[in-house]
Ligand binder design. Sequence first.
Ligand code: HEC
Length: 119
Amino acid sequence: MLQFNFLLVLALLITACDTGDAMRESSKNNPTIHARVIAADNGCMGCHAVGVTVIGPAWKLVAKHYKNEPDSKALLINSIKKGGKGNWNNITGGQSMPAHENRMSDEDIAIVVDYILAL
Ligand code: HEC
């Protein structure tokens, strides 16, 4: 029974990954949807939403905050790679963001940052 459950979970995981890859491919010609698929695939939406603060700040607030910052893109890429802490305490009550550099490519992080900054 245990083995059966294990195989079932494995099959579900493989199916889930395949669906993700297919969505990723088919979304490539729409930059907004492509960025959203990447963000969803990488667990960002477990803590973030576009318009409301969940655990992390609403991405619209992030876009507004960094709008006039000259190095905003590099700065946000760095926060996502290394993790973030302390910048949004007044909004989040002191939650921190884990580092993503070992589980996400630089290219994917840059795609999501471009999307966030354009919100
Ligand atoms: C476990 C929850 C969690 C996950 C998962 C998460 N974040 Fe965050 N994120 C936060 C929190 C909390 C903050 C605020 C950190 C701070 O106060 O500096 C934050 C901050 C940010 C910021 C602003 C950074 C700054 O320096 O001002 C961006 C942009 C961001 N997240 C994007 C992302 C993206 C893209 C992903 C997915 C790759 C992601 N987050 C995944 C919780 C999360």
